[in-house]
Design a protein around this ligand. Structure first.
Ligand code: NOJ
Length: 725
């Protein structure tokens, strides 16, 4: 039977309970469940879940793993339920399964979407081997406020970078053939504007101009759909007072009407239930009706759809055709990934056994780790370190730690394989006697005698490597902070060690931008290492000792102090900009200049690069033409290195105030010492378009500034004109 006929014939035969069964997603209590994420809601026991599968009341289950048990559930669905509709098995597999890759924010620092595609592919291979079909990833939220903890899951503050990584991750998870046994359905989330919560406070309100919503927060979703994403997850927040999970304009107007997206929308966890707490729905029935009619196809975990959709359909408040349409979307998803033809796809215990440890994924984890590291500062060339003839004091609470390696939202990582910083450094140096290791303090607390031991080790060493940062539970879901600083116990350790006067390299472990101060800010070298995953120790050591020349760039601005938040480089122009010569009555804080400590796009290498002036193919871009920008880049240092060449634009006069600069393109190039390359960008007017006050997406003729440079704060602009039609 043709696919569409099969689905229609099923819908025609389904009872209303079977239909709503397809529209609920429940945490899987049959298989090992990860209890440390998500609050408990309507918990079901194993027997109950299987019985419901038997009765055709369960369309999908999430956050359990294991091919054997998945098979068992599928067998019940196929052989014992009336219509034999297969279940789809989901989980939050965000940045690795058994092998853990850098947190997505860290990986974005590579400025290599192709790398993210590879790590997502490896993740899909391991996740599908463990009996999964569907991941709730990638998170594609743009995070402009570093107090918000979930920036760690996305690609940072920039829309072009965010869209590129969103698309790459979708391609990686799903692969080329969605029916392949190693294809994992992607779910871009959280739709939408979740990263714009007021004051960076998790689950808070989003009050946002429609233009900002469209120009900043929606493009990564569109890019994910254009890359083929088969489902999407709605967000918890409201947008201008209407919760996203019951937002008709968003879930139906934009998603279906404008973008023609055909896959199912799943609620973020109990977002339908939360309409009551929002004060947007009076009770369960009202919440169900509002969410469903707005366009939310699937209800996760609350059980509201199963409980209330039948009576809403009976009363005519929810048309049966609408119910059928959502069921159709879910069945089509199952069809698209081949579950009707091969219900046991991805449920093969033999493949699972073979995939528990794939050595090539360790190599990829190491590569991704070192490519994600950002060298912020390297005063006096203190880095790279020597592997011999140098006594190193490796100090800090992260040195031997194994609990803060994987980063947030890692449910299934193989902890036994995690490489600590100490192991990585030990493996890199020749003489074990050249390394002294001291914790110095705990993550948040002083250790008795800790500082004394650290100071003694520093005094006996030629160089100090101090590993500091946020405990990993400081970022991720529900982890907003008011002060994005290091814990005081760690700061005290840094001050004491710095007082020895020994050259100090600070390694930061972080899930957001940090406001660095005192001895940490003033260290000779500062290296951002995020949470790098399984191969953390080796990845960091590769950079420390120069076996890999760092090439990461910041995907978020590092402010000077927490109070600058929200701080993002591409803010709109003010009528009273801060000027070096005049500071009164200007857009500025009393205490310090507006500049960040380290801007978006910044990152050093062990070599240096020189940029020629960008050459434009023409001083004017015709309305239907393209403009080519060619820039000569030279490696002027002594070692091979990769540079991330960045293209920024600024629209001088427009019908809506425009950002001071916006990233429009980037290229990562590898140059041998002395080598030069021409880096070419091409523009047409679509790249210059924005959403105007009337809501139209269009470019406006006039003058533009353009930079080809190494960060959002560097380079000299050149001008060009966009001519009208
Ligand atoms: C809540 C989180 O916001 C979301 O990202 C996740 O996918 C769901 N819980 C399911 O675990």
């Amino acid at each position: 039977m043709a696919a569409a006929d099969r689905i229609e014939s099923l819908i025609a035969r389904m009872t209303i309970d079977e239909k709503v069964g397809q529209l609920g997603v429940f945490a899987d209590m049959v298989r090992p469940f990860a209890p440390d994420v998500n609050p408990e809601a309507n918990v079901h026991n194993a027997g109950e879940v299987l019985q419901q599968v038997r009765e055709g009341r369960v369309g999908s289950l999430f956050n359990g793993v294991g091919a054997e048990l998945g098979r068992k559930i599928q067998k019940v669905a196929i052989e014992e339920s009336r219509l034999g509709i297969p279940v789809i098995l989901a989980a939050d597999v965000i940045h690795g399964m058994r092998t853990v890759f850098p947190i997505p924010l860290g990986e974005a620092a590579s400025f290599e979407p192709a790398l993210a595609e590879r790590t997502a592919r490896a993740t899909a291979i391991e996740a599908t081997a463990a009996g999964l079909h569907w991941t709730y990833a990638p998170a594609v939220d743009i995070a402009r406020d570093q107090r918000w903890g979930r920036g760690a899951e996305g690609a940072g503050e920039d829309v072009v970078l965010g869209a590129a990584f969103a698309a790459a991750r979708v391609r990686g998870f799903q692969g080329e053939d969605p029916t392949a046994h190693d294809s994992l359905v992607a779910t871009p989330k959280h739709f939408a504007a979740y990263g714009a919560v007021a004051a960076g406070m998790e689950y808070s309100s989003v009050d946002i101009a429609p233009q900002t919503l469209r120009d900043v927060h929606l493009p990564p979703f569109k890019a994910a759909f254009d890359a083929g994403a088969l489902s999407v997850m709605s967000s918890f927040n409201d947008i201008n007072g209407v919760p996203a999970s019951a937002n008709h304009e968003l879930l139906t107007g934009i998603l279906r009407g404008e973008w023609k997206f055909a896959g199912p929308v799943v609620s973020d966890y109990t977002a339908d239930m939360e309409l009551i707490a929002h004060g947007y729905a009076a009770d369960e029935r009202d919440a169900t009706k509002k969410a469903f009619l707005a366009g939310l196809d699937l209800s996760m975990q609350s059980g509201f759809y199963a409980a209330h959709l039948p009576s809403l359909v009976e009363s005519g408040e929810v048309p049966m055709e609408w119910l059928d349409q959502s069921v159709r979307r879910m069945l089509e998803l199952k069809q698209r990934i081949g579950l009707f033809d091969d219900p046991y796809r991805s449920l093969d215990p033999a493949r699972e056994a073979d995939a528990t440890h794939i050595p090539a994924h360790d190599m990829l984890s190491r590569e991704a780790a070192r490519r994600s590291v950002v060298l912020l500062k390297n005063h006096g060339g203190v880095l790279p370190l020597k592997t011999s003839e140098q006594k190193i004091a490796l100090i800090g609470p992260f040195v031997q730690d194994r609990e803060n390696i994987e980063g947030c939202w890692t449910l299934f990582g193989d902890k036994a394989r995690y490489v600590t910083l100490e192991s990585g450094v030990r493996a890199a140096i020749g003489d074990p006697g050249a390394l002294a290791v001291v914790a110095g303090c705990g993550l948040e607390e002083a250790l008795e005698g800790g500082i004394d031991a650290a100071v003694a080790a520093a005094q006996a060493a030629d160089v100090v490597v101090l590993a500091l940062g946020e405990p990993q539970r400081f970022s991720g879901e529900a982890q907003s902070r008011t002060e994005i600083t290091l814990p005081p116990a760690q700061q005290a350790l840094a001050e004491a060690v710095a007082a020895t006067g020994k050259p100090m390299v600070v390694l930061l472990r972080n899930g957001r931008a940090l406001a660095l101060s005192g001895a940490v800010r003033d260290a000779a070298a500062i290296v951002v290492t995020w949470y790098l995953g399984t191969q953390t120790g080796h990845g960091v050591a590769d950079v420390l000792f120069g076996h890999y020349n760092p090439s990461g760039r910041l995907p978020i601005s590092f402010p000077q102090v927490s109070g600058q938040q929200p701080y993002f480089y591409n803010h709109l122009r003010t009528g009273r900009p801060e000027l070096p010569s005049m500071t009164e009555y200007k857009a500025r804080w009393r205490e310090l200049p507006n500049e960040p400590l380290y801007p978006f796009g910044h990152g050093l290498s062990y070599t240096t690069f020189e940029y020629g002036a960008p050459q434009l193919s023409s001083a004017a871009l015709g309305w239907d033409d393209t403009l080519t920008i060619t820039t000569h880049i030279t490696n002027t240092g002594g070692v091979a290195g990769e540079e991330v060449v960045q293209l920024y634009l600024h629209d001088r006069v427009a019908s809506r105030v425009r950002p001071v600069r916006e990233l429009k393109g980037f290229r990562k190039i590898l140059l041998a010492p002395g080598e030069s390359a021409e880096v070419v960008f091409t523009l047409d007017r679509r790249v210059l378009a924005f959403t105007n006050p009337n809501g139209e997406f269009a470019a406006e003729p006039g003058l533009f500034d353009l930079w080809v440079c190494a960060s959002a704060k560097s380079g000299e602009p050149v001008q060009f004109e966009l001519r009208g039609e």
